[in-house]
Design a protein around this ligand. Structure first.
Ligand SMILES: [Zn+2]
Length: 493
């Protein structure tokens, strides 16, 4: 029998022992996405084992997370991944082997944590069957890793789009999803034909809100009139401020089909059903109601609540009573910053203001100011609303970029976010100005205004006044009590 001499091999054996065989952690993950994908755990394992064998490594341990999506939106823990990170931390692992980088992690935050750990530990590499190797020991290793992760995140977006293509296609065609038997407000059952009565109510409510009428007033009127509510409630009053508000900002009556992919920007497509409210009005309603106007208004306000200021000190005058009649007073004392030296019967102030407002409306109607201004302001409001919508969409894009660490670095993103935020602020302010003043278009004659006034309750009248008046001042009494000249009214430009 042939027996080799031992001596020549001794030093070789010693050398092998001095260079330990790298320990590979195999990481396998099966996700729901694999169902139609054939990339099951068995295949991942086989490919990874072959890679380990080819490189001459040994398997330290196989880690496997089952049936868990590692996408950004998944918040589930991955216990095997955690255990693997612990093994890396304690120095038991030299190389992480996976099928591709997506398999190991798709969550940017988790990836950053992993890269940081690998940098700390120093020698651990990531090697994948698909060839996306990461070696943080090289100068640009981390940069390459981040780019690869960003690309992986992009792949997820593509994939989720593929999975939800049906929804997207429906949206792009402007078709509704799962409407069933529901009957959206303003439409006949099925939602494809306009119900003219409800549509008229909806248009008028939109105009009212842009004119400063609080949504609480509209909800109350609709309940009084028994207007059908698509938001069923147990009480007889189906409409609340919130449901009116939700209806007025809803894309549906504007003929828009909104599509909200989970992690992408919200997109609106032209719908197959007819619009009730035009696009510009819709945008202005969204801006007006999201900026806080027209909601949360208290019930039963008096005609001039919050609109009257003291002519001595400039503080808002509040309403109480004097000799059993309502009285507007500048109040001093704890928590009252006023001078305490001015007041006037509320009825007199109201009469003076209403007279001035009627005169103002008549004057401007006669001069033809309203028609000309309205045209210009509507154009500008529509333009500003469009720009605002663009800026809001850009905000979503930037947020998305933050999440995936895509094309821009953090400093660049911070600059863009600040610039966009400032722009949104300016546009909102301008749109509010335009919205506050644009109501005048509705009264090209005093008769039209008078008609509106007579049909309105206190809340609605308050809204009408608010849309015309900038402020009211009550000058201090100087020996002419009751003199209407004490009341000064500033109108919007
Ligand atoms: Zn005062």
């Amino acid at each position: 029998m042939y027996k080799p001499a031992l001596a020549p091999y001794d030093c070789t054996v010693t050398a092998i022992e001095a260079t330990p065989i790298p320990a590979a952690a195999l990481y396998l993950r099966i996700s729901k996405d694999d169902l139609g994908d054939e990339l099951g755990v068995a295949r991942q394992r086989k490919d990874c084992l072959r890679l380990v064998e080819d490189r001459g490594w040994r398997v330290f341990e196989t880690y496997q997370d089952n049936d868990i999506s590692a996408s950004e939106r998944s918040k589930k823990a991955r216990p095997a991944f955690r255990r693997m990170m612990d093994a890396v931390r304690t120095g038991s692992v030299d190389v992480i082997v996976g099928w591709d980088l997506d398999r190991i992690t798709r969550r940017p935050a988790e990836a950053e944590e992993m890269w940081k750990l690998l940098l700390d530990v120093g020698h651990v590499r990531v090697v994948t069957v698909s060839g996306d190797d990461v070696d943080l020991a090289t100068g640009d290793g981390l940069l390459v890793a981040r780019i690869k992760m960003a690309v992986a995140a992009e792949e997820i977006r593509k994939m989720s789009q593929r999975i939800r293509r049906k929804h997207l296609e429906l949206a792009q065609d402007g078709k509704p999803v799962g409407l069933g038997a529901a009957q959206p407000f303003g439409y006949k059952p099925g939602g494809m034909e306009v119900n003219e009565d409800e549509a008229a109510l909806l248009r008028r409510a939109g105009e009212d809100v842009l004119a400063g009428v609080p949504v609480t007033a509209i909800a109350r009127e609709w309940n009084e009139q028994g207007v059908r509510s698509p938001f069923p409630r147990k009480t007889t009053n189906g409409w609340r401020a919130e449901s009116v508000r939700a209806l007025l900002v809803s894309p549906r009556p504007a003929g828009l089909r909104r599509h909200s992919p989970g992690n992408g920007p919200v997109v609106e497509y032209p719908a197959v059903w007819p619009a009730i409210i035009d696009r510009a009005t819709h945008d202005r309603l969204v801006a007006a109601l999201s900026a806080g106007r027209g909601k949360g208004a208290p019930r039963r306000r008096s005609l001039l609540t919050g609109l009257v200021r003291c002519g001595r000190c400039g503080e808002v005058m509040t309403r109480d009573s004097k000799d059993g009649r309502p009285y507007l007073r500048c109040r001093a004392g704890a928590g009252r910053p006023g001078c305490g030296r001015n007041g006037m019967a509320a009825e007199q102030v109201e009469n003076a203001v209403v007279r001035r407002v009627f005169a103002h409306v008549e004057e401007r109607a006669a001069a033809g100011v309203e028609a000309a201004m309205a045209a210009g302001m509507n154009d500008e409001a529509a333009q500003v609303a469009t720009e605002l919508a663009q800026a809001e969409r850009f905000k979503l894009t930037l947020a998305e970029q933050m999440a995936v660490r895509g094309d821009f670095d953090d400093a660049e993103l911070a600059v863009m976010r600040k610039a966009n935020r400032d722009r949104i602020g300016v546009l909102r302010g301008r749109l509010e100005e335009l919205t506050a003043t644009s109501t005048m278009r509705r009264w090209d004659s005093l008769a039209a205004f008078e008609d509106e006034w007579m049909r309105s309750d206190t809340d609605r009248r308050w809204g009408l006044l608010r849309s015309i008046i900038d402020s009211v001042q009550v000058r201090p009494y100087e020996g002419r009590r009751g003199d209407l000249e004490r009341v000064a009214v500033d109108f919007h430009k």
